[in-house]
Design a protein around this ligand. Sequence first.
Ligand SMILES: Cc1cc2nc3c(=O)[nH]c(=O)nc-3n(C[C@H](O)[C@H](O)[C@H](O)COP(=O)(O)OP(=O)(O)OC[C@H]3O[C@@H](n4cnc5c(N)ncnc54)[C@H](O)[C@@H]3O)c2cc1C
Length: 384
Amino acid sequence: MKKYDYIIAGGGMAGLSLAYYLTQSPLRDRSILILDREQKNRNDRTWCFWERGEGPYESILYRVWDRVEFHGTTLRGLLNMGNYRYKMLRGIDFYAFVQRHLAQFPNIEIRQATVNRIKDTPQGGFVIADDEALMADYVFDSTFALTLDKPERHNLLQHFKGWVIKTEKPCFDVTRPRMMDFRVAQHGDCRFVYVLPFDAHTAMVEFTLFNDKLLTDAEYEADLRAYIAQHLDAGVYTISETEKGVIPMSDVPTQENPSEHIIRIGTSGGFTKPSTGYTFQRTQRYLRDLVQNLAQTGKPHRPKSFFRGRFLLYDSIMLNVLENHRYPADDMFTKLYERSAPAQVFKFLDEDTTFFEEFRVMNSMPKWPFTVALFDVLRRKVIG
Ligand SMILES: Cc1cc2nc3c(=O)[nH]c(=O)nc-3n(C[C@H](O)[C@H](O)[C@H](O)COP(=O)(O)OP(=O)(O)OC[C@H]3O[C@@H](n4cnc5c(N)ncnc54)[C@H](O)[C@@H]3O)c2cc1C
């Protein structure tokens, strides 16, 4: 049976990022096998995220914006993002870039295979992929499907469908992406549209919901069509690409380290920020910490601080307000960006704030619904 230092099950965003960081660490000579059932040669998703300064994928970013538009209830216009930039990275560019980089390392093998089983043993992590048995000191797993359905916790979904549209006449201002546009019927939910312009004729328009019920394709498309007709002076357009996705927004506890030799990463590891669904940047940060710890101590566990647990409480409160419709979501996000500097909000959502800064952001929220949510979250924790 072939044995590797590390097997990375799933060569998507987290798996490839992990391999990329390993090659930039003292562990670059370790034998690594990356398994994915797909070739990862399609543009199957696009990541957007905010970031201060330059990141590891700066050279392959598809677009970078230094301001974003917000359309809420009482706040409409450009948000000043301070020293943050809103960045867009296409899946296909990321996969190609990392795969090209990894090809320089003879100790790294990428194999197209389906992972059928992952199991811990006293000798290491055991994997069966396409009926072949493999072993590794550690198995990093991004293929594990989470079950996030504990009734005493919050289990929302961020789900969306988007089109890249091409218009005959120029109608997009490439310097003004719309990060959240709430000018769509809310139906008691949280519903908004992103518009990410690539050039004057081309943009990705994405209709997004935070709730617990997926829509039919026809329903997403009806809202997309209505938004384009009402809020974009698009005229005649064609659809050149479609993107659809579901991201968990949940505070159900997940297991990043289910056993000694198996480490879950990416969505499987619970790296998604519960209150926003943003996963890309957190995964990058968590994996850099993990690789650093692995290089220093030989153990692939991220250092975790007890005090950072407070951010999970803030996430739960936000989810509780949304799930129980305690306050209209369009107005809640408006107050968030109206009463706090957007850069401060990004810093808070990145969990980089001090307690005092967090208090100021939370204090800008409607008091009564957030207080009721806090007590409900604490009650659920006690009964859970
Ligand atoms: C359409 C879409 C858009 C998104 N946009 C954003 C965004 O803008 N910003 C953001 O922060 N987050 C975004 N996300 C959320 C998150 O960043 C992505 O889902 C991200 O790809 C998660 O990384 P991952 O490695 O955990 O999963 P994936 O990237 O999905 O990687 C998992 C890999 O495992 C492989 N796999 C699964 N099962 C098996 C098996 N049994 N055997 C072999 N291989 C297997 C899959 O083929 C896949 O390549 C988006 C998600 C989607 C779906």
